[in-house]
Design a protein around this ligand. Sequence first.
Ligand code: B12
Ligand code: SF4
Ligand code: SF4
Length: 237
Amino acid sequence: MSGEGGEPAANLSEALAAHGLITRGGFAFEPGEDVPAGPSAAPARAVVLAGHGGASHWRHFLEWRSAQPADLADPLDTWSKTVLGAVAARVGARAVFPSDRPYLPFQQWAMRAEGLRPSPLGVLMHPVYGLWHAYRGALLFGDPAAERLQASIQPSAEPIHLCDLCVGKPCLKSCPVDAYGEGGFAYSTCRTHVRSAEGTVCREGGCLDRNACPQGVDHRYPADMQAFHMAAFARGA
Ligand code: B12
Ligand code: SF4
Ligand code: SF4
């Protein structure tokens, strides 16, 4: 595929790889579906998700961060917008982001794109990366790029949902305040603990429930990355 006036689609993966990012699947929207605008004002025709499995982007982000003002707000979002905005321009797409308001349904898109399903923690379970992956943005394509993109996307075989096979479910047993349970994620209970003196372990090393999962451990985020995300979560209202 090539974007309108852009470079061939084979270059999309290459352009993302330069920032430690990968494509996370994609699909063509159904006619009549409520979708955001593509590169023109018309509704997008297809989407390709961009993100990381494990911490592949982290050193690229840190290098960029070291040249930014210390008090830069939302640095990871800003980095994502900077690098994916440039990639989108190269391939004739419009980039959108998980933090955009109103929130776009990134996890629903991811489930369609890669056949993933949620773990008991809400984070999607990946057959290779386990709970250690995320989305930094999505590229929305219009005509005529979408037709060529559609032809190039191979529907992914639905992976085994590892949580179905997990007998002990240790991810539901490690939280000191039982924030994850039948009723979903009690995020204010979690946040209160993370902010407290007793929450040092979560603040510095990441969520104990997430870290208790035996899947994808080779891709587990390093402690500084987990602490970075936990600090952002703790700052939230
Ligand atoms: C708001 C939000 C939250 C809120 C949820 C509050 C609530 N219940 O509404 C809070 C702040 C609690 C939260 C926390 C986390 N989040 Co969050 N969050 C989002 C965000 C920005 C919007 C969700 C939304 O409303 N979407 C709109 C609806 C229409 O889209 P959707 O696809 O249907 O949304 C699904 C999610 O909302 C999900 N959901 C509902 N509650 C929760 C709670 C958690 C923890 C998760 C992961 C999902 C989830 O259910 C929906 C149905 O599939 C998304 C990005 C996005 N744009 O989707 C990230 C997102 C869902 N979060 C993500 C992550 C990883 C987390 C954390 C686990 C880690 C982190 N970033 O700090 C933390 C948990 C903190 C901890 N203790 O470890 C990832 C999930 C990636 C994946 N592999 O699946 C996303 C996709 C962001 C990204 N950049 O990839 N999150
Ligand atoms: S511990 Fe088991 S149930 Fe929990 S997220 Fe990991 S595989 Fe899924
Ligand atoms: S971050 Fe800590 S308090 Fe929050 S859900 Fe995970 S283990 Fe529980």
